[in-house]
Design a protein. Structure first.
Length: 215
């Protein structure tokens, strides 16, 4: 046997295939643990949805440091899950922003990222949702008082456009079990906040506050 590197042996081949994703590379990063890998994919799809809208808005507002950080983050997390095409495009975008390339060139790189990222996220959600449909969510609905408390804590952060503080508060928000009739709106609220659409998020948040007994 030559060399000293010990190969990572996967427990099982990946049980699913997703276009644009090197599942073997992604599984190796988590030592072949498919449950962990699926959680990474789910988190990736949740957090990178609307990436192009986010970075367009940030770029147009001339917050170039944040635009560079967003592209750097996408590059890193894409590599972690084996999304090598997305990783490559995100790296080009990051370099262009850092190098202060012409705005039209940077916008072109953003479009290239979206061309590979959007269909990948759609495929990830399709594959994972097929498995989730077979599972029942365990636990009783969160009481209205708890739902309202989380909304009240989130409201001033949304109103003042504090993305980092919002993300911290969303950690608790995600643990809530919403009534079926409100769950879609709760999910939509989270997505609006992630995409920095604070005005729309505030309107939806207040709608949920009224439904849960707020004033």
């Amino acid at each position: 046997m030559t060399g000293s590197r010990i190969p990572v042996l996967l427990e099982n081949p990946c049980s699913f295939a997703i276009a644009g994703l090197d599942t073997e590379a992604g599984l190796k990063r988590v030592l072949g643990r498919q449950a962990v890998y699926k959680e990474l994919l789910k988190k990736f799809a949740e957090q990178q949805t609307g990436f192009s809208d986010q970075i367009y808005q940030v770029f147009e507002s001339e917050d170039f440091d944040l635009a560079e950080r967003l592209s750097h983050t996408l590059k890193g997390v894409s590599g972690n899950i084996g999304a090598l095409q997305v990783q490559e495009k995100a790296a080009l975008l990051e370099a262009a922003i850092r190098g202060k390339a012409e705005p039209e060139k940077i916008k072109g790189y953003i479009e290239e990222v979206n061309d590979v990222l959007a269909p990948l996220i759609k495929c990830i959600r399709t594959v994972l949702s097929a498995g989730d449909e077979k599972k029942e969510r365990i636990g009783e609905e969160s009481p209205n008082e708890e739902l309202l408390a989380r909304l009240e804590a989130l409201r001033p952060l949304v109103e003042s456009h504090k993305p980092k503080k919002c993300e911290e508060e969303l950690i608790s928000f995600r643990k809530l079990i919403w009534p079926v009739q409100w769950s879609k709106k709760a999910e939509e609220l989270e997505q609006l906040i992630k995409r920095y659409k604070f005005r729309e998020a505030l309107k939806l948040l207040d709608e949920l506050r009224m439904k849960t007994g707020g004033k």
